[in-house]
Design a protein around this ligand. Sequence first.
Ligand code: F0G
Length: 358
Amino acid sequence: MSEPRLIPQIERYKEFLPVTEATPIVSLMEGTTPLLRASNLEKHLKEEHSLEATVYLKYDGTNPTGSFKDRGMTMAISKAVEAGSQGVICASTGNTSASAAAYAARAGLKCFVVIPDGNIAMGKLAQAVMHGARVIAIEGNFDEALKMVVRASEEAGLTLVNSLNPFRIDGQKTAAWEIIDDLGEAPDYHFIPVGNAGNITAYWAGFNVFKDNGRSNKLPQMMGYQAAGSAPIVEGKVIENPETIATAIRIGNPASWKKAEEARDASGGTIDKVTDDEILEQYKFLASHEGVFCEPASAASVAGLVKAASEGKVKNGSVITCTLTGHGLKDPERAITFAQEPVKVKAEFEAVLREVQS
Ligand code: F0G
């Protein structure tokens, strides 16, 4: 059992997590995700922006429910079971609800999710439904949904499993630890999408834990990216009606706003915005040049890297990591808008061969 892939993430890093012998670990074998060298992206950065750097993709879309949320959810649900909770509740742009529903199903807990009607990707909704969650769609956005579930958790005696739950952040630190364990050192820059700002908070805390424990010698600059139509931290004000094709990060009033700013300032990094066009360009590039299919929101990290490189903000010779937060199959409707119509031919060998040779 020494192979990391065969050990639940909580077990692997238990010395750094608030778990005891009494914590019943609810796991789907999350974490231990690939850290992929992105050679074609490196080539693009060199040719187009004169940046020579080593770039890795932390592909968290390979988690059991297809997003990084599983890292936090294994902790939150395990601790909920330990505390004797009967049920959990969350607001979500989709991935949190998919993950909460799966882990709650495994633990035998009731699960309620509140989502912005019409603004969550189809795959995520399918997951929540299949895992047996009670899905409540409001005619409103994520920020309104979050306010409601915070109140509902108190009044209905349910455990809140949004990232306001500190165990979620604890679990999500493991991604930073895996990066250090894989590279043998922290990167120089870490690029990450920012929505509710829990993940950038978790990574920064995680990088600090390992530095404080002598597992790494340095800390990365934290480079967070919001979608341009949903960029409250960049604009310095709540966005009442956030908009972006990256529905996962369509958030106008992030819960961990202050902590994200702290991570930015303490690391000497940045929180900036990228347009939907910049996001979609990298979404397509990663799929067609790196073989990595992520969801649109995930591509905000790489869009951020390309933007920072074009502005000369990244030093030559750096080691860079970019988190890809969710799997492309979550949002087939977005992907299909780029697909060409298949060529239809008769079921005859000659007809197929003609197409192959054309
Ligand atoms: N990428 C994806 C694919 C996400 O689902 C989210 C957040 C983020 C990035 C941003 O992470 O909120 O920690 O800054 N999704 C949440 C949800 C809001 O409900 O699934 P964050």
